[in-house]
Design a protein around this ligand. Structure first.
Ligand code: FE2
Length: 257
């Protein structure tokens, strides 16, 4: 079983890059299941119905979100689609689901989306305890558990992975838009990478226009962020999972210019 996780699609350029590369990656790498983080696909903030439909047409298996989940009101039209999940540690009365269970080949795959609490400016429940509760509830009914932890702080991501080591198949981070080179299999078998990176404009500050971003940091004055122009790159990660024990045997970072 090979699971591809694609890093945060940023804007139309990110979506187009993914559309261009997905078929080839899928065939070349024998991908069975694909998870895409799409919380920035609507010009950096949220997801539109059009982008969501494009991803469904491409037969993406699971779409995850993050701090910009509610960035576009469109999402309320399709929030209950079983292929879409938003952070599970949002308030209990929020619409949508924080995890879903999928069937792929002869396996049951649970994907859980979580959001960090360090410098995320989002009111959320504790991701560790929320994850623990979900795992307890589903562990006897699934073969594989994958977590997209959408968080800023590396320490928070690493700590959550160690906390869940041996209880889940893999934990990958999203949100920083910068791919980290720390992929590893932890002592009790959980595959882990701090951030799988982004799929968005190359010549940018994490997907945003460079000039606007520099001006913000230079002057400390409010400057509206805008998506950068130009070509995009694709970042992601492939988790190879053993069919018998459902453990990660290999983690491969993807970086396509
Ligand atoms: Fe984010």
């Amino acid at each position: 079983m090979k699971i591809l996780a694609v890093g945060d699609l940023v804007g139309t350029a990110g979506l187009k890059k993914f559309e261009k590369e997905y078929k080839e990656i899928k065939e070349k790498e024998n991908i069975d299941f694909c998870i895409v983080n799409a919380e920035n696909v609507a010009e950096g903030m949220g997801i539109t119905e059009k982008a969501f439909q494009t991803l469904l047409k491409m037969k993406v298996d699971c779409i995850t979100m993050g701090n910009h989940t509610w960035g576009k009101k469109d999402i309320f039209n399709f929030i209950d689609n079983p292929k879409l999940i938003r952070p599970a540690n949002y308030s209990k009365n929020n619409p949508g689901k924080g995890y879903q269970i999928f069937h792929c080949k002869d396996k049951r795959i649970a994907v859980i989306n979580l959001i960090g609490r360090v410098t995320m400016n989002v009111l959320s429940e504790n991701p560790c305890t929320v994850a623990e509760d979900i795992i307890e509830k589903i562990k006897n009914n699934v073969d594989i558990i994958i977590i997209d932890f959408h968080a800023e702080a590396t320490a928070e991501k690493i700590a959550l992975a160690y906390f869940l080591d041996g209880k889940v198949t893999a934990v990958f981070g999203t949100h920083t838009h910068v791919q980290t080179a720390d992929e590893k299999i932890l002592k009790n078998g959980t595959g882990y990478i701090t951030d799988i990176g982004m799929t968005g404009p190359k010549d940018s500050v994490i997907g945003m226009n460079k000039e606007a971003s520099i001006k913000r940091f230079l002057t400390s004055l409010p400057e509206r962020y805008k998506i950068a122009d130009g070509e995009a790159f694709l970042n992601g990660c492939i988790f190879e999972i053993n069919d018998e024990k459902c453990r990660v045997t290999d983690i491969k970072r993807i970086n396509i210019n």
